[in-house]
Ligand binder design. Structure first.
Ligand SMILES: [Mn+2]
Length: 464
């Protein structure tokens, strides 16, 4: 009988010694909690584990254990290999002469026949090595950000276990454990850790290991809590409550999570949010509101780019009698549009689609590389007005974007992409954000092509 993805994952994990656990770029609570929980649990089983993420853990999660060890750099092997093409040369002897006074090491090859040329020599620097990669909460390898670009070879050489709950997961792993009914990756991991702690049949390990200790349970509960918006979002399932109760019973520090994530805001965050509120533009005729954050606002308040996260969910979308709220944020050489539905009859994904983005009915996003408020705000707003007017059967405003400005990512059929699609440099070209966080409802609805929604903290109301 064919093994389930869970059984296959357990088998690969049991065999591996050196494991790299990764989460998506711009990590959210589920990515951070899942990566660190699995890291700590695997270490309890005697594995050597590295926790990897392209971006640093947002400061809001610093109360969690081991956040300082999440790294964007993998340890590489210390070997430097010099290869010499011997097809035209017969080698006699190999030796070396060390000249420490000149900081020099000469490698000497004596030949019987033929002569080496400089272009016969090639080098191989140390490569990152692992027995197993476990990618968590990530629907495709592009979402790993710079990690995938930096260690492409490692990804091709090493078996990957892909554990995720996002619709549209690319199935890029050797083992793909994708559970769309799970609220979070952390919820899936609870079941994995229960099984991993049980000794395999026929092994000489007799005692079960309790992998759900208080720290690990706290990390996992953080993932479930943030991906369900503190159990407020409609993706919250009976199972998520059961699992959460199990984690609390295992010692998860639920009050600590709530206090740090939902009841603490930095002064810089409050100032930034104040600016967002002051900048609200209202268009009752076209039934939307929007606000903006300029890159200068982050500087002015000494705020990080992640600190806009939550403002749209906690504040902007609480306005009644509109179809949706939008936040335009200038960051990382791009203009990000984050959309949240208010009217349940309306799909914000359609609005995001206008700009080459996507998402779900209640939460969607788009990204304009090299965009800015000065260059793009007017155009975006005009196009939305036109879209709304045509829905409402009103006269249309002009200004459609050329179709060639729209580009979408395509999924590669064969596990890893053969080539890493790079962000287009051309200004005004609309692309999907490649750092979309999870859906949580209202962000957890299925969409065919765009699994994750926006990096502006869809479900993490109050985060960062
Ligand atoms: Mn998640």
């Amino acid at each position: 009988m064919e093994l389930t993805p869970k059984q296959q994952a357990i088998e690969l994990i049991r065999k591996a010694q050196k494991i790299v656990v990764m989460g998506h770029a711009s990590p959210d609570g589920d990515a951070v909690g899942s990566v660190l929980a699995l890291t700590l649990a695997l270490r309890k089983l005697g594995k050597k584990v590295t926790s990897v993420c392209a971006d640093p853990v947002p400061p809001v999660f610093n109360f969690l254990p081991n956040t300082d060890e999440v790294t964007a750099t993998l340890e590489t092997s210390s070997e430097f290999v010099i290869s010499i093409d011997t097809s035209n040369v017969e080698v006699d002897k190999l030796g070396y002469k060390n000249h420490p006074d000149q900081n020099k090491l000469n490698i000497v090859i004596k030949t019987l026949s033929g002569q080496f040329q400089p272009d016969n020599v090639s080098f191989n620097t140390g490569q990152a090595k692992a027995d197993l990669i476990i990618v968590l909460d990530t629907n495709d390898v592009e979402r790993l950000g710079s990690i995938y670009d930096s260690y492409t070879q490692l990804f091709y050489e090493t078996p990957i276990i892909n554990i995720d709950h996002h619709p549209g997961n690319d199935y890029f792993g050797k083992v793909n454990w994708v559970d769309l009914t799970a609220t979070s990756t952390a919820e899936i991991l609870v079941s994995l850790l229960e099984s991993l702690g049980t000794p395999p049949k026929g092994s000489n390990q007799s005692k079960p290991v309790n992998l759900l200790d208080a720290d690990i349970a706290t990390l996992l509960l953080t993932g479930i809590t943030t991906d369900t918006g503190s159990f407020q979002n409609t993706n919250t399932t009976p199972k998520s409550f059961t699992v959460a109760a199990q984690l609390v019973a295992a010692g998860a520090r639920q009050q600590e999570i709530v206090q740090h994530i939902y009841k603490t805001k930095r002064l810089s965050t409050l100032k930034l949010w104040g600016k967002v509120l002051a900048n609200i533009n209202e268009d009752r005729a076209h039934r939307f509101i929007y606000s903006t954050v300029a890159s200068s606002d982050f500087k002015q308040f000494d705020a990080e780019e992640t600190e806009t996260s939550g403002v749209i969910d906690e504040l902007l979308k609480t306005v009644p009698d509109i179809d949706f709220a939008m936040l335009l944020t200038e960051k990382k050489n791009a203009l990000y549009g984050s959309l949240r539905g208010v009217n349940k009859e309306f799909s914000v994904a359609e609005v995001a689609n206008l700009f080459g983005g996507g998402g779900h009915q209640m939460a969607a996003a788009f990204r304009i590389p090299n965009g800015s408020l000065a260059d793009n705000e007017r155009q975006i707003v005009d196009q939305i007005k036109q879209f709304q007017a045509s829905r409402q059967g009103q006269p249309q405003a002009p200004q459609a974007l050329p179709a060639d400005q729209v580009s979408m990512q395509t999924n590669q059929p064969n596990r890893l992409p053969t080539q890493t699609p790079k962000a287009q440099a051309g200004g005004g070209r609309f692309q999907l954000p490649n750092t979309l966080p999870d859906p949580g409802q209202p962000t957890n609805q299925t969409t065919p092509s765009v699994p994750n929604v926006d990096d502006l903290g869809a479900h993490q109301a109050g985060l960062k």
